[in-house]
Design a protein around this ligand. Structure first.
Ligand code: ATP
Length: 214
């Protein structure tokens, strides 16, 4: 049987309940076999993460411990290069059976920025793209993506077929939590209890993370 694997990249600085609920809901609603959180080393599109890769990885691993459906994949942290999604997809593909299905999860904003990604036109050779869309979003996709959407998008994400090549949308109300909010609270000496899993909270405190300015 072909496996169905979702991937969610991010800095996870730190991982929080917004990432985790969203990942779990997608994995369950699409009947995925696993959904991998892939922490990025040096994200090409943003500044350096505030804490070390080893800490971001450890927090992500602790966050999903005991949840077989959610996994953490550290391949981007092992590469001494910017974290380009195309490289990650090629390396994942090299480990999978030809008919395994890969689903790249992208928020609407990230999806709209796709044309600036390294070798973006090759992404769909390796995966399907699942755009996480907010019910209240109303913006139009940029011109550069219109043809791609017309050719590749299908309305029902459950109908994505084959190993790669299609785009679909999942409508999801995200929890109003962000890693920047969490870093700001911690820098200010405030609690982030209930915004991150308890194991992540314990790790942050045990290692004295995010106490400085952010
Ligand atoms: P920051 O505040 O530092 O920008 P972040 O909270 O957005 O961080 P990232 O690590 O950049 O976290 O996010 C990784 C992925 O998770 C991105 O695709 C992002 O859109 C998504 N994501 C972030 N926050 C949420 C949330 N509250 N609900 C659902 N998805 C989220």
């Amino acid at each position: 049987m072909a496996k169905r694997i979702g991937i969610l990249g991010g800095t996870f600085d730190p991982v929080h309940i917004g990432h985790l609920r969203s990942a779990l809901e997608v994995a369950e609603s699409l009947g995925l076999d696993e959904l991998r959180l892939i922490p990025s080393a040096r994200p090409p599109h943003r500044g350096e993460p505030q804490v070390r890769a080893a800490d971001r990885l450890a927090m992500a691993e602790q966050a999903v411990a005991g949840m077989a459906l959610l996994q953490v994949d550290d391949r981007e942290l092992k590469r001494d290069k910017p974290s380009y999604s195309i490289d990650t997809l090629e390396s994942l593909r090299a480990e999978l059976a030809a008919d395994d299905q890969l689903f790249l999860l992208l928020g609407w904003d990230a999806f709209c920025g796709l044309p600036s990604w390294h070798r973006w036109q090759e992404l769909l050779q390796h995966c399907h793209i699942l755009v996480l869309q907010r019910p209240d979003a109303d913006s139009e996709a940029p011109e550069a993506l219109q043809n791609l959407l017309a050719a590749r998008s299908i309305s029902d994400p459950l109908s994505l077929s084959g190993p790669s090549g299609q785009i679909s949308f999942i409508w999801q109300t995200p929890l109003a939590v962000s890693a920047s909010q969490i870093r700001a609270l911690l820098a200010n000496g405030q609690s982030v209890r209930f915004l991150v899993p308890d194991a992540v909270l314990a790790y942050i405190h045990a290692h004295g993370l995010y106490r400085g300015a952010n």
